[in-house]
Design a protein around this ligand. Structure first.
Ligand code: PA5
Length: 442
């Protein structure tokens, strides 16, 4: 059976040799043991490490039941959250779903239309969203680990008011599900007071590592994707990457050590280049995971993303000939769900005759190979992550792969990969400007 996530690092060899990567083996062994023993910086947040194998069957069943209830209740489902509380779901829906899922007819859709709120402070965005909902049946899942994040709290207050106006307090209650901390936070208090159905985000799992908790599982199941498959894929990767810390056999650590070695050589920017539009939010999710985990204490790779071939006509120029402080990680998808070929034309007026009968996958693969060679010639080392397909199983493996890799990478860098102290700075200034009680003199 082929691997759901396959890593090729051949094209970094001019900059980093196998010997240099192997140089990290002892450190990786030590850091691996430390993580597995539950030790090291941020060790209170290692719950994600064995989440796929450790998640209880009862919880998964409860998530599925709640998802079914919401699916039968609502034509439109809104997921409220920011950062790690929404990006994983958005990544899953984009990767596994139809490119225009919300525009499909209800018979063809996998579930209710799904929208996202609480990731900005834009009244236009929220007002436009309410236009889309119209008078159709609505349910919402408000997700916040801290329960105090301003953006989702504002969106929830507005949507709660909307639901109560339409359905009355009782009707609104059955259309709201809260996913939050077990004990703390304003959302927990509100959920208890209002009697909402509630799911818990484990204490030892941080926001950006939480996609395989009810944070991601519930909305992904509501959208009609198999969370059993997602978890099975993650479990496979968990068992593969827990069993050994060998850089030859542990694909996540091999990626982590390679990117760290490139960083040490002055490649301070990692551009993740996806060759399929469905990867857009997977790359957004990865950027948050990598950026918040590693960018601290004046250190860390800057994680950027592009979608090819779209961005070959914009940022491709920069990658080819701009400052040489970057490396590239290509992400390809092995098989499209639906194959299209270039049709035959009576005339060759458009000059595409040479492509007649070729699949778009075939052409896209040549675009990837051509880009890879061009960027390499331009002085950009690259790796490739080959994904088997767009199934939930492959995505589960990929989610876990990146979690393991970024945790190791942050540890190699010598930072705590599981905190995000820098995120607080803008909040304090904003609260002071808004005169939030307690922050006036900050
Ligand atoms: O990774 C993190 O912890 C953050 O990005 C959070 O996910 C984000 O700030 C949202 O936090 P919360 O779920 O507490 O609203």
């Amino acid at each position: 059976m082929s691997e759901p996530v396959f890593l090729d690092i051949t094209n970094i060899s001019t900059w980093v040799s196998e010997k240099e990567i192997a140089h990290y083996q002892d450190t990786v062994d030590t850091l691996h043991q430390r993580m597995e023993k539950g030790e090291g910086p941020g060790c209170d947040f290692l719950g994600w490490l064995h989440l796929p194998s450790g998640i209880s069957g009862d919880l998964v069943e409860r998530v599925k039941q709640e998802a079914e209830r919401l699916r039968s209740l609502a034509d439109v489902f809104i997921c409220i959250g920011i950062g790690g509380s929404y990006l994983g779901t958005r990544a899953a829906l984009g990767f596994c779903g139809h490119a225009f899922e919300n525009q499909l007819s209800p018979e063809k859709r996998k579930g209710p239309e799904v929208y996202f709120a609480g990731q900005n402070i834009s009244s236009d965005h929220l007002a436009d969203l309410l236009d889309i909902v119209g008078d159709r049946s609505l349910a919402v899942n408000v997700i916040s680990k801290s329960g105090t994040t301003t953006e989702p709290a504002i969106a929830f207050r507005i949507l709660k008011g909307h639901l109560e106006k339409r359905y009355g307090p009782e009707g609104a209650r059955e259309r709201i599900v809260a996913t939050t901390d077990q004990q703390r936070g304003a959302l927990k208090e509100l959920a208890d007071a209002e009697g909402y159905a509630t799911f818990v985000i484990p204490d030892d799992v941080g926001g950006r590592f939480s996609v395989l908790t009810p944070v991601g599982l519930l909305p992904i199941a509501v959208a009609g994707h198999s969370i059993d498959e997602l978890l099975a894929g993650a479990r496979g990767m968990e068992s593969q990457t827990s069993a050994t810390s060998s850089l030859a056999d542990n694909v996540a650590y091999r990626y982590a050590a390679s990117r760290h070695a490139l960083y040490q050589k002055g490649k301070t920017l990692e551009v993740m280049s996806g060759f399929h539009p469905s990867l857009e939010y997977v790359l957004e999710w990865w950027k948050q995971l990598a950026g918040e985990s590693e960018g601290k204490e004046g250190k860390g790779l800057f994680p950027a993303s592009v979608l090819f071939t779209t961005d070959l006509h914009s940022l491709g120029q920069w990658v080819q000939e701009g400052q040489r402080n970057l490396f590239e990680t290509f992400v390809t998808v092995g098989r499209s769900g639906r194959e299209m070929v270039v049709p035959e034309f009576a005339s060759d007026a458009d000059g595409l005759g040479y492509l007649e009968g070729k699949t778009l996958d075939f052409i896209n693969e040549k675009a990837y190979k051509g880009t890879m060679a061009a960027h390499l010639d331009g002085g950009v080392p690259n790796m490739t992550l080959k994904l088997e397909d767009r199934s939930p199983r492959t995505l589960g493996a990929l989610f876990y792969f990146f979690e393991r890799a970024i945790a190791m990478s942050g540890n190699l860098l010598g930072v705590n990969p599981f905190d995000q102290p820098g995120v607080e700075f803008y909040k304090r200034n904003m609260f002071r400007l808004l005169k939030k009680p307690g922050f006036e003199e900050d």
